[in-house]
Design a protein around this ligand. Structure first.
Ligand SMILES: C[S@@+](CC[C@H](N)C(=O)[O-])C[C@H]1O[C@@H](n2cnc3c(N)ncnc32)[C@H](O)[C@@H]1O
Length: 335
């Protein structure tokens, strides 16, 4: 099976809603042009809009997500045969014969078996040492990251690891399936509120975090693996590195203020906002930070707003009953 950009477990991924998002745009905005995916997560929405003929701006504040955008959607040169040879060498390595390293010392026996963690850490170091183009490096990093995520001893994110001991699963990399698009992708790794001050687009797609659960807490292991700055201070048993600078304001009480700032500074003809209807969850951490009334009031200052409800079984952290979960699209045609 091909390895596609959306093939990962990602909280809030809109992989199942791609057509709904597209169909919310087409009746109101016939021309193609630039689609800005400001909180792009996996990048699956941007990849889909490229197949529909848009150019895309794709952004997320996590570096681990940026690397995937560069791998699948970037412009740089790469030699696929060379990458196949490298991956085949990587895959034939036996983790048992490797020395302990930074990655295995921190995460081995927790999120991964020690053998698997040794191989992940070894390969991450190796990627720094091989002569590669920037695109080739991002392709190998994305490939290592998707495998690391897939074999982790978790429920799908790294908020904590499972209490059972991790077993050897084997670190086998697969190369991304890289397609040619007619459009181009402009790729950023920054705060969405900073980015909107610099860009103009036709359609802006806004899919921020909805609740207090910080994305960097979900994906800290992948972020550490990709950045490879090798911090030495960690918090708690879940081994989270110090990451205050990566915490999102959209998961804090100031969410309505930053959302208003974003919309006020956005230069777009159509704005599509994804949010859900979780206001009374059993776990308060799952409750939305911006109320429906606030979303409507802020967007209505820009133009007429249509509200579309979509039934959706979301991937979530497992603590909340999402029986009546609905994903909501707020579509604003800017006046
Ligand atoms: C709901 S997820 C997006 C999911 C995405 N639409 C998909 O289909 O995969 C929200 C994303 O916003 C990112 N994020 C949070 N705060 C941000 C900010 N201030 N600027 C840019 N990205 C941010 C998170 O890292 C996370 O990936």
């Amino acid at each position: 099976m091909d390895l596609l950009i959306g093939n990962r477990r990602y909280t809030g991924s809109k992989k199942a809603l791609l057509n709904d998002i597209y169909e919310s745009i087409t009746p109101l905005y016939k021309n193609k042009g630039v689609f800005a995916d400001l909180f792009a997560g996996t990048g699956a929405v941007s990849a889909f809009m490229l197949t529909k003929g848009f150019n895309v701006i794709v952004n997320d504040n996590l570096r681990s997500n940026y690397v995937a955008y560069q791998a699948w959607l970037g412009k740089g040169n790469f030699n696929f045969k060379k990458l196949e040879k490298i991956v085949s060498e990587f895959n034939s390595l036996n983790g048992k014969k490797l020395n302990r390293n930074y990655f295995s010392n921190i995460y081995g026996g927790k999120y991964f078996s020690v053998t698997d963690a040794k191989k992940i850490g070894y390969l991450r170091d190796k990627i720094e040492k091989i002569k590669l183009t920037e695109r080739e490096k991002n392709i190998l990093l994305a490939s290592l990251m998707y495998t690391t995520d897939k074999i982790a001893n978790t429920v799908g994110h790294f908020e904590h690891f499972l209490s059972k001991d991790p077993i050897d699963k084997g670190v086998i990399l697969r190369l991304p399936k890289i397609e040619k698009f007619t459009g181009y992708a402009s790729i950023y790794n920054t705060d969405a509120n900073k980015l909107v001050r610099k860009i103009t687009c036709d359609v802006a797609y806004i899919d921020p975090p909805y609740n207090t659960r910080q994305y960097v807490n979900f994906y800290h292991v992948l972020e550490n693996l990709i950045k490879w700055e090798k911090p030495t201070e960690f918090e708690g048993t879940s081994m989270k590195f110090k990451r205050n600078h990566l915490k999102s304001d959209y998961s804090k009480s100031k969410a309505p203020v930053v959302f208003k700032d974003l919309i006020d500074n956005l230069k777009a003809k159509l704005i599509v906002v994804s949010y859900n209807n979780t206001y009374f969850a059993k776990s308060s951490a799952s409750n939305n930070k911006i109320s429906k009334a606030q979303l409507l009031a802020i967007l209505s200052r820009k133009g007429k707003v249509l509200v579309k409800e979509i039934k959706h079984k979301s991937f979530n952290s497992g603590k909340t009953d999402f029986k009546n979960h609905k994903e909501i699209l707020y579509v604003c045609k800017v006046a």
